[in-house]
Design a protein around this ligand. Structure first.
Ligand SMILES: [Zn+2]
Length: 748
């Protein structure tokens, strides 16, 4: 059958240390893990051409980005399992969803371990072995099947966060597109020939940064949440060797964020925003999945090479790329997603001689000082040659990390990869591309492939390595955050277009490509400033691990939050991979049945240090509105380390509590009075329930108007949003609320 491939899918847990390890992406030293909101997973797809036996692995993981270290180690281990020829650097594509709420420390390059305080072997191993397990499962599940493809727009799901830079692109070019974001989601669907649905994978550009830099819970953010919803609906069971998987991979999201619409995440609304952008992606994916009828057909092929991006000559011009460097505005952070720790604003440009601008000199030097303090052991040149300064202009160089000794602080020899599956092509990009940069790269490759019947192209970003942003030259000239973070100078995008063009041409002509320069192996150079866990201590000799500090209440209404605090131990002692730190159980006859785990978004597992080596574990369960009347309890699982380093499992269990009693179902009322000088919008949500979250109600409350809202039965706690003054409040019902003249909210 010409249209059939061998297909296989696999999923495995990659949730790293849930306490005291820096979260990757926001570059904040204070932002360390303190618990789990949702687990992180690696989702692998293998597609094999039955006639040639050529195959590819496409893996999407809930991590910030793949790193060179991860790619090299995964392929090394695959070779030790399957021999040297089956799974190689060339045909394995590993990408990260770009969540900013996963633990870090898995790069071999110092720049990406700075805020993490070094390399973290435990997390690295967790990610690597999880990816291997996911690929192994996909390999063992290989069987004949079909791949369907579909695409469509996701509306109102992310805005351009650097419009000043985007608008510097030529007007004629911008006029060819309907807006300053790419709305297309491209989805492929995997069905075995026996009819079994085994998964889907899509690419859509949006930063998973709804959980901001104050968040300390591990979560896959909006993309992880979209996967969660899809897999929940399909009854995914990660304990089974073959189960349905839904991967939400990223694309050219360099300048796209869901936070533009609402402002910097404030910890209060982060979850609701994550749900909003996750749900939008999930709904579109579900629709595309259901209606996919076009089948991918044709051969599987791929090309892969390494290019030294510190010195790519743009052919036919005098322009070239230069060793990696960061500009001042990189330290501004992306103003839309987080606040600069240095007080630098975006758009800082170099003087004519290529130096730091005088006005912001001191503040930038302060940032450099902080950096160099963290970079002990490295020599980064402070005085730069004119060629380097001119080569990066108008970027004022703050850190020339590509020139660091004994080796660069971020990778310069980078992998580029093209994968072809019939009429679909994937570009494995080790960078974050802005919207327009992505469009240009896409167009270059599609033009090259014209006449070959290739009509789908996905930019698989955050793949195989990570080396900052890539903007267009016009965007670069504005030196917003993304331009300042474009490592190799104004011609970086042209270099990517040129080098991707070369391997695309080779693929088209059936020619081989050289392996290119070998990236540095830095695995033996890794140091850490992190502290490893010491022995766990019990608060008092007679209180065991798993003992209760504060128990649950005896009953809760639906919509309320059940909470229990246990005495526990450090979660680094055992990551409980493929398991859970908690279980919410319901009494079913004489048995207790688990209904939720630490992966479910209605639960949180939180770790807090108490005294010196005591751990306090706070578990919450936001009781969904459709929870059935009955008896429930919360179980906690942990592992304690004694002074001889022995790790021993223990568990704890809360008191039994009732949920959903008759009185909890009664209708409550909330009275509103508007003393504010304008009409306000009242929005009613019950935010704790992921199933019914979309059910919201709205009321326009005029100035001086009084209004009584009858809380619908089963809603429990609601969140009321006052659009106008912009305040939120959680109300259980029965209250009286006045919006004061100054916009503040008072409970009467
Ligand atoms: Zn990013």
């Amino acid at each position: 059958m010409p249209n059939d491939y061998l297909i296989g899918t696999g999923i495995y847990d990659i949730t790293g240390p849930a306490a005291e390890l820096g979260l990757m992406g926001m570059a904040s030293i204070e932002q360390k893990t303190e618990g789990i909101h949702s687990r992180l997973f690696a989702r692998a797809f293998i597609i094999c051409d039955q006639s040639s036996n050529k195959r590819v692995v496409i893996l999407s993981a809930d991590i910030w980005s793949c790193t060179q270290a991860v790619k090299m180690e995964v392929v090394k281990r695959l070779k030790s399992i399957y021999g040297n020829d089956l799974y190689t650097l060339d045909n394995v594509l590993l990408s990260g969803t770009h969540t900013h709420s996963g633990p870090g420390g898995y790069s071999h390059y110092a720049l990406y371990n700075l805020s993490i305080l070094g390399f973290d072997q435990q997390n690295f191993e967790c990610i690597i072995s999880g990816m291997i397990q996911a690929i192994k499962r996909a390999h063992e599940n290989l069987a004949p099947g079909k791949i369907f493809v579909n695409n469509g727009n996701v509306e109102d799901c992310g805005n351009n966060r650097s419009t000043i830079a985007y608008d510097n692109n030529p007007q004629t070019e911008r006029a060819r597109y309907s807006g300053n974001t790419d709305k297309e989601m491209l989805l492929i669907k995997f069905i075995k020939n026996d009819g079994k649905e085994v998964g889907c994978l899509n690419w859509y550009p949006i930063h998973p940064t709804n959980r901001g830099n104050k968040n300390k819970f591990i979560t896959g953010d909006n993309k992880g949440y979209a996967s969660y919803l899809f897999e929940k609906e399909k009854g995914t069971n990660i304990q089974e060797k073959e189960t349905f998987i839904a991967a939400f991979a990223n694309s050219n999201c360099g300048d796209i964020s869901g936070n533009v619409k609402y402002g910097i995440p404030d910890l209060t609304h982060d979850f609701i925003r994550m749900q909003e952008f996750g749900e939008k992606q999930y709904r579109k994916a579900k629709e595309l999945y259901r209606s996919a009828t076009i089948q991918l057909s044709g051969s599987v092929d791929y090309r892969y090479t390494h290019v030294d991006f510190s010195k790519v000559q743009i052919e036919g011009t005098n322009n070239r790329t230069h060793p990696a460097a960061l500009g001042a505005s990189m330290f501004a952070g992306s103003t839309e997603d987080s606040k600069s720790e240095f007080g630098i604003i975006e758009g800082v440009k170099a003087t004519i001689s290529g130096d730091l601008p005088l006005g912001q000199r001191n503040i930038i030097l302060e940032a450099i000082n902080l950096l160099s303090g963290l970079l002990s052991g490295f020599k980064v040149p402070g005085i730069l040659e004119d060629e380097m300064k001119q080569g990066h202009k108008p970027k004022p160089i703050v850190l020339a990390q590509g020139l660091a000794e004994p080796y660069p602080l971020s990778p310069q020899v980078l992998p580029i990869q093209i994968i072809r599956i019939g009429n679909l092509v994937l570009l494995g990009c080790p960078v974050e591309l802005t919207t327009m940069a992505g469009r240009r790269l896409r167009e270059t490759i599609l033009n090259l492939f014209s006449g070959m019947g290739i009509n789908y192209l996905a930019l698989a970003t955050y793949a195989n390595a990570y080396a900052g942003y890539v903007t267009t030259k016009e965007e670069y000239d504005v030196q917003h955050y993304e331009g300042a973070s474009t490592h190799f100078g104004p011609y970086t995008l042209m270099a990517f277009q040129q080098e991707f063009g070369k391997i695309a041409k080779a693929l088209k002509e059936g020619k081989k490509v050289s392996a290119g320069p070998t990236p540095k192996d830095l695995s033996s150079e890794q140091t850490t400033l992190q502290t490893s866990t010491v022995a766990d201590t019990q608060p008092l000799p007679w209180i065991p691990f798993g003992g209760i500090q504060t128990d649950v209440d005896s009953s809760y209404k639906v919509g309320a939050t059940a909470k229990v605090i246990f005495w526990g131990a450090h979660p680094k002692n055992n990551l409980r991979t493929q398991k859970s730190f908690l279980e919410v159980q319901k009494k079913d006859g004489t048995q207790w049945k688990t209904i939720f785990t630490d992966h479910d978004t209605c639960t949180t597992y939180q770790w807090k240090r108490d005294f010196i080596a005591n751990s306090k574990i706070i578990i919450t369960w936001n009781i969904p509105a459709d929870t059935k009347f009955g008896e429930y309890r919360i179980c906690y699982y942990g592992d304690a380390k004694d002074i001889s380093e022995k790790v021993k499992a223990y568990s704890g269990v809360s008191g039994i509590f009732k949920v959903g009693e008759a009185e909890a179902m009664s209708v409550n009322e909330i009275n509103f009075k508007n003393s504010y000088d304008k009409q306000v919008e009242l929005w009613f949500y019950h935010p704790q329930d992921w199933l019914k979250w979309s059910a919201s109600a709205k009321y326009n409350l005029k100035k001086d108007e009084q209004f009584t809202w009858k809380v619908p039965s089963g809603w429990g706690k609601v969140q009321v949003r006052f659009t106008g003054p912009g305040k939120w409040k959680t109300i259980s019902g029965g209250g009286s609320i006045n919006i004061k003249a100054n916009g503040e909210i008072e409970n009467l």
